[in-house]
Design a protein. Structure first.
Length: 138
């Protein structure tokens, strides 16, 4: 029998990744400002077209970490609240987190669109499986 609290580990890992990417944003922005490549006005309404891609990508990645994971966190909590956390749910949750880590690493480094798409897509499949396990698995 698996400890019900094990579902919190992948949730914590994804939150940690989200905070890590959040920390990258000011470093990129301040660095670009110090080099004279951006001005504070470039961020008045989000990010203007004059903001270099390497400065906008961390913000976009951060937004990705706040979008689809809004379906991940409640799914994990649903397993916990109903005392139905099992090995399949924990493994699937970790698979989703692993794909999100891969997506972020790809996005923030060499940014190959096809590799990024594969990580993003596989993560979405894992998330769908997680929801399927809750509603159809017993």
């Amino acid at each position: 029998m698996i400890d019900q609290g094990e579902i919190f580990a992948p949730m914590g890992a994804l939150a940690l990744l989200t905070f890590a990417v959040l920390l990258v944003i000011p470093f990129k922005r301040v660095g670009a400002a110090r080099q004279g490549r951006v001005r504070p006005a470039d961020f008045r309404y989000g990010e203007s077209a004059s903001v270099p891609p390497e400065v906008t990508i961390p913000n976009r990645n951060y937004m990705n970490l706040l979008e689809v994971p809004t379906l991940f966190y409640p799914a994990c909590l649903m397993f916990y609240v109903t005392h139905r956390v099992g090995l399949a749910a924990v493994v699937t949750a970790w698979a989703f987190v692993g794909c999100r880590v891969a997506h972020s690493v790809i996005h923030l480094t060499y940014n190959n669109v096809l590799h990024r798409l594969a990580a993003f897509g596989l993560g979405n499949v894992a998330l769908g499986v997680l929801w399927g396990l809750f509603f159809f698995g017993r």
